[in-house]
Design a protein around this ligand. Structure first.
Ligand code: HEM
Length: 513
């Protein structure tokens, strides 16, 4: 190789090449990290390639890091999630501005280079889509979650909840403790499969049933996936094509392929059935939207088949983890607070009695609402909410370039002593309006998000949690739970106990089967 007037031997050329690559990598690794300094916004110092990710997902949990950052830099500061800058805030005024007032410019969730790591099968899922595509899909998807549709599904959810109650009673009679996440996960999976697809799985009896197994596996991250995600976010231009070729990504390929193949099969089966066997479930509602005009989905405002499949997979992703996680923490707290459990049981007895719980009756369970809210305040399943701006804008006097991330650490917000008295105490009464409770700032409590992109499954989620509590607490007393002290982890913003929560129960004297 000839370079200027030097003649380089093989190893010298190699050395030069290595040095040049290192220099380029160094420039690439450092290049995105000047924004906050330029704008005079305080914040933690980023590491090369990874930004502040090592602080968030390294040896300590993200919630501890967010608390440390807030103590050091105040309520609003700048950080870097891999190569992307994000303004982090727990200021309710700013949260309101982003989620409601300036929503038109903050429609999208924060993503790394167009979600390079989101698997093919689900990349048109409503949670991940952006801009006009999100708007079209949301408009078509939301009517499926109307009160009328949810009311029509109450019986089906009730059947799963009854099975849950019976299962807990049988275990209580045998004195067998229950793994709360497996238990409520199986219940949540039954709710998704029955309301979504009219499939009666009975996951409680068969934890290895494929739907339950793959649903559970969605949120169990292998070390290799963590590594691939890290690489993917640091080098998105390489990661995206590689992920596409290997058909892999953030979720495990085998889970995505299982759901993809199962939902496609169901769609095909239904299309070959006569019209009069139409089912009342989410898949049918989506198929009906698709069949209005299958050819021209994008322009006519309809859904394409792959979009229907992606929304079907979304039901598993969004419906499984959230409700089961909340129920496990809620029951854990009930074992710690027998007086709250007694109040809950008294309300259920008064409002529901021995009737089949209806949607309307569940609306009258005000104390149950307070207990659910208090659980969501302390243990929001999605512990960080995000958005990003389409166009350049000014927020809190800070000029944000287009596609800057915004992050709201919900866990921290729920434990903030400025908004909550004794925030680490489980006290549902703070959500009871008649009590002499301090005013709750609505933007300090957003476990379902807020504004036009709020959780579309909120009513369904609340209903299924209430029905689960009714059927469990009518049959057993939750007496004890381990571990004694909860250690909570929050990799990729999903809140989980580090060790499984085991619940002990005894049959209630008045319990029916
Ligand atoms: C305890 C129960 C649940 C909690 C705490 C919860 C929480 C959330 C949160 C925080 C978001 C993001 C909202 C935002 O960015 O403003 C969300 C979005 C979403 N949730 Fe839920 N969720 C729950 C149950 C469910 C259920 C049962 C379903 C459906 C089966 C569901 C479907 C969705 C979907 C599809 C989205 C995306 C909406 C969009 O991007 O337009 N969720 N949820």
């Amino acid at each position: 190789m000839e370079l200027c007037c030097f003649h380089l031997g093989g190893w010298e050329a190699c050395l030069l090449l290595v040095l040049a690559v290192c220099l380029l990598l160094y420039i690439y690794g450092k290049q995105p990290y000047g924004l906050w300094e330029r704008l005079g916004v305080p914040g933690p110092k980023p590491s090369i390639f990874l930004g502040n990710i090592p602080d968030l997902y390294g040896s300590q949990t993200a919630k501890v890091t967010y608390a440390n950052w807030q103590a050091k830099y105040g309520r609003t500061y700048g950080a870097y999630y891999f190569r992307k800058p994000a303004l982090v805030t727990t200021d309710p005024e700013l949260i309101k501005q982003v989620l409601i007032k300036d929503f038109a410019n903050f429609r999208d969730r924060f993503s790394q280079d167009d979600d390079a790591m989101i698997n093919n099968q689900v990349d048109t899922g409503i949670f991940f889509t952006k801009g006009e595509t999100w708007k079209r899909i949301r408009a078509l998807f939301s009517p499926s979650f109307s009160i009328t549709k949810i009311k029509a599904m109450t019986n089906v959810i009730n059947n799963s909840a009854k099975r849950l109650g019976q299962h807990v009673l049988e275990s209580a009679k045998k004195g067998v403790p229950l793994d709360a996440k497996l238990l409520f996960g199986a219940f949540a999976m039954d709710v998704v499969t029955s309301t979504g697809f009219s499939i009666d799985v009975d996951s409680l009896k068969n934890l290895d049933e494929p739907f339950t197994k793959h649903g559970r596996s969605l949120f169990i991250y292998k070390k290799s996936i963590k590594l691939v995600s890290l690489l993917g976010c640091s080098f998105p231009m390489i990661a995206r094509p590689v992920a596409r070729i290997l058909n892999s990504g953030f979720f495990k390929t085998e889970d995505m392929e299982f759901f993809n193949a199962s939902i496609r099969r169901m769609i095909d089966d239904r299309r070959s059935e006569p019209d009069n066997v139409k089912r009342v479930d989410f898949l049918q509602l989506l198929i009906d939207v698709m069949d209005r005009n299958p050819e021209d989905a994008q322009t006519s405002g309809q859904l394409k088949k792959e979009e229907v499949v992606a929304q079907g997979i979304m039901l598993f992703i969004a419906g499984y983890e959230t409700a089961s996680s909340t129920l496990q923490f809620l029951c854990y707290e009930l074992t710690r607070h027998p007086e709250i459990q007694d109040k809950l049981v008294a309300e259920i007895g008064k409002v529901i009695g021995d009737q089949e719980p209806s949607y309307d009756a569940c609306l009258n369970l005000k104390y149950t609402d307070a207990v659910i809210n208090e659980t969501l305040r302390m243990y929001p399943p999605l512990s960080v909410l995000t958005r990003e701006n389409e166009k350049a804008t000014t927020l809190n006097g800070i000029s944000l370039p287009p596609r800057t991330g915004i992050a709201f650490p919900l866990y921290l917000l729920g434990r903030d002593p400025e908004f909550w008295e004794n925030p680490d105490d489980f006290n549902p009464d703070r959500f009871i309006e008649e009590n002499d409770t301090p005013h709750i700032d609505p933007f300090a409590f957003i476990p379902f998000g807020a504004g036009p992109r709020i959780c579309v499954g909120m009513k369904l989620g609340i209903l299924e949690m209430k029905l689960a509590l009714i059927h469990v607490l009518q049959r057993v007393v939750l007496t004890k739970a381990t571990p004694d002290k909860l250690h909570i982890i929050d990799f990729t913003a999903i809140l989980q106990p580090a060790e499984p929560i085991m619940i002990h129960a005894t049959p209630r004297e008045t319990a029916s089967e």
